[in-house]
Write a protein that binds this ligand. Structure first.
Ligand code: CA
Length: 243
């Protein structure tokens, strides 16, 4: 039998924010065993202090903390660290809580109970994308009054910037690469999340709803009518960005 050697991810620091001792120990040990450099904070206050002290690549954030609401921690982290990967760990399964978490600045979420394997897969995929270099830089794509510049990762509507969360931007970018074509849910999950995705695709619906909402808000904020790209839902299949 060969020896399994964990890949060296010791340069990747992960902050676990979790008050539950069992889960906290489990996550810290699991991350360390898989080559990451983890730290563990049990409260929101101590986590924010720790994040200010040390540079982290990713944060695993429990929403139910003893001192502060996890959503406030997510907002504070996002405001200070625009490139930090934030994954919410939640026992809350209501869509509204997940949407609130993503709106608060989280990149992704996992509903408890989840397995370490799934968590690690998600983390790998996100960190690869966060640190990955973008090859083949296509020019900006114009979709009506909306311009999507994937090189600069900027989305503008009539020259005014539309702030999209990373996954919302990626989702729009994949659809924009195939205007007028049906793109399946599997393709979107694979290209925006992880090529080895095998779990629930609900995160796709939540992110799509947030994307549509942000585009609508951006359009409403401008004077006069805007031409926005229309994204059609293809029930049981996926989505299509209309030409
Ligand atoms: Ca908790």
């Amino acid at each position: 039998m060969g020896t399994l050697v964990a890949p060296d991810r010791s340069h990747q620091r992960v902050l676990v924010i979790e008050d539950d001792a069992t889960i906290g120990h489990h996550l810290e040990a699991g991350l360390r065993g898989n080559g990451y450099t983890p730290a563990w904070s049990r409260t929101g206050t101590s986590a924010l202090a720790e994040a200010a002290r040390t540079r982290y690549d990713a944060v695993l954030l429990d929403l139910g903390l003893p001192d502060t609401d996890g959503l406030d921690v997510a907002r504070a982290l996002r405001a200070r660290f625009p490139n930090l990967l934030i994954v919410i760990l939640t026992a809350r399964t209501e869509d509204i809580d997940i949407i609130a978490g993503l709106d608060a600045g989280a990149d992704d979420y996992l509903v408890k109970p989840f397995t370490l394997t799934v968590l690690l897969a998600r983390l790998r995929a996100h960190l690869r994308r966060h640190t990955g270099t973008s090859s083949a830089a296509p020019g900006p794509v114009r979709l009506g009054d909306l311009v999507l510049d994937t090189t600069a990762r900027r989305c503008t509507l009539r020259d005014s910037e539309v702030l999209l969360r990373p996954k919302e931007f990626d989702l729009l970018a994949v659809l924009a690469r195939h205007p007028g074509e049906a793109v399946s849910r599997e393709t979107l999950m694979a290209q925006v999340w992880d090529e080895n995705w095998f779990g629930s695709t609900k995160t796709l619906d939540v992110t799509m709803a947030a994307l549509r909402r942000r585009l609508a808000h951006a359009s409403d904020a401008l004077p006069g009518p805007c031409t926005l790209p229309e994204i059609t839902t293809l029930r049981g299949h996926g989505y299509r960005l209309e030409r």
